[in-house]
Design a protein around this ligand. Structure first.
Ligand SMILES: NC(=O)C1=CN([C@@H]2O[C@H](COP(=O)(O)OP(=O)(O)OC[C@H]3O[C@@H](n4cnc5c(N)ncnc54)[C@H](OP(=O)(O)O)[C@@H]3O)[C@@H](O)[C@H]2O)C=CC1
Ligand SMILES: O=C1CO[C@H](CO)[C@@H](O)[C@@H]1O
Length: 333
């Protein structure tokens, strides 16, 4: 018997809400049932553009809509906690944009709420659901490159400086780490787990947020991760997983890959390709549908305990950066 479509409610109407909605519209078994905005006119414009049935002029009305099976939270980082809480308290499962929350304390409170209510929650770390990333995990687990000794990963864009924009505004959770650095960091955690040691340094923007940030993580196995993120340079956005018997290269954009190159020692390179569907966000939506249909409250691919642990790691990195920023007046502007 065919399942009824999963009915999404989109909370917020900005850049990523539009890209994610475009991908949902391509997916069989999914429908965008409603959209909510702070401004009624904005919700109506969005609904007209994407053929969404119901447009709500407040987030409260969106989460109260019984035609919504799952709410996608697409507001700036510092609102994820409040808006996901709103949805969970109305009895709706949530897919919450990255970072899950702006700090580890809020992440823990949100996970506790979802678990108390028995509702599905997941951080929208979409990279994890790209089929080539699944292939990479299998290759590494099968020993294709031996033991992992290091991970390099980088995500940098040259973002125009605008102190009011969410990328640069401390009130909206701005900074390279929370916007872009989460991709290299989650990638390293996926392959190496929790680090034993954490080093980080950053140049800060005039608003005080981190603008160009380097992180070095050390592991009990002896492996290291060397990670970079930047709002001030369009860096390569590639990743490499090095092992004792070879390496896997993930060309740009490593956070939504279309190619993997496996270089085993003594063998010809093997290349794996993927025609990424749409904007690449549909794979995580399919995971949400799978878990909800199975009656599960979280995804084993992006588990809530890992989200919590990484948010603790993010807090540590931010503390290191803040301490270092207090000692220097360097800025990249
Ligand atoms: N997975 C990915 O590839 C990406 C993820 N993201 C994540 O998505 C989130 C949103 O980013 P993005 O779409 O670029 O942001 P935008 O600024 O484009 O959109 C954010 C939306 O949030 C709503 N909002 C609610 N309160 C505020 C506020 N005080 N200030 C501004 N907007 C507010 C607005 O919708 P309304 O006016 O309708 O209420 C607004 O359109 C971030 O957490 C980011 O990390 C962003 C880009 C890509
Ligand atoms: O998650 C993201 C992916 O890429 C964008 C830039 O290219 C970011 O700004 C964003 O938040």
């Amino acid at each position: 018997m065919t399942e009824p479509p999963l009915k999404w409610g989109i909370l917020g109407t900005g850049w990523i809400a539009q890209r994610f909605t475009e991908d949902l519209l391509l997916l069989p078994g999914h429908t965008v049932s409603a959209v909510g905005s702070r401004v009624p006119q904005t919700a109506e414009t969005f609904a007209r553009q994407y053929g969404v049935e119901r447009a709500w002029g407040s987030y409260e009305q969106l989460v109260a809509d019984d035609e919504v099976d799952v709410v996608y939270v697409a507001t700036p980082h510092t609102f994820h906690f409040a808006h996901a809480t709103l949805a969970l308290e109305a009895g709706r499962p949530v897919l919450v944009e990255k970072p899950f929350t702006a700090n580890a304390t809020d992440a823990r409170r949100l996970v506790e709420l979802a678990r108390d209510r028995g509702l599905f929650a997941m951080e929208a770390m979409w990279t994890r659901f790209n089929p080539l990333i699944a292939r990479l995990r299998e290759l590494v687990a099968d020993g294709a490159i031996g033991d992992v000794t290091s991970v390099y990963a980088d995500f940098g864009t040259n973002a125009p400086y605008d102190p009011a924009h969410r990328l640069w505004s401390p009130e909206l959770g701005g900074g390279a780490l929370l916007d872009l650095g989460v991709y290299p960091l989650y990638f390293a955690w996926m392959l190496l787990g929790a680090p034993e040691t954490v080093q980080a340094t950053a140049a800060t923007a005039p608003t005080g947020v981190d603008a160009n940030t380097g992180i070095v993580l050390g592991y009990a196995s002896g492996a290291v991760a060397v990670l970079h993120c930047s709002l001030t340079s369009g860096s390569p956005c590639t990743a490499v997983v090095n092992g004792t018997k070879g390496r896997v290269e993930v060309p740009s954009p490593f956070y939504s890959p279309h190619t993997l190159v496996l270089r085993r020692e003594g063998a010809e390179p093997e290349t794996f390709h993927l025609d990424v569907a749409g904007n690449g966000y549909g794979y995580q939506a399919e995971e949400v549908a799978r878990r909800l249909r199975a009656g599960e409250t979280e995804s084993p691919v992006m588990p809530l305990d890992e989200t919590l642990a990484i948010h603790g790691n993010l807090d540590t990195i931010l503390a290191r950066i803040e301490r270092q920023a207090a000692l220097t007046s360097r800025t990249p502007m």
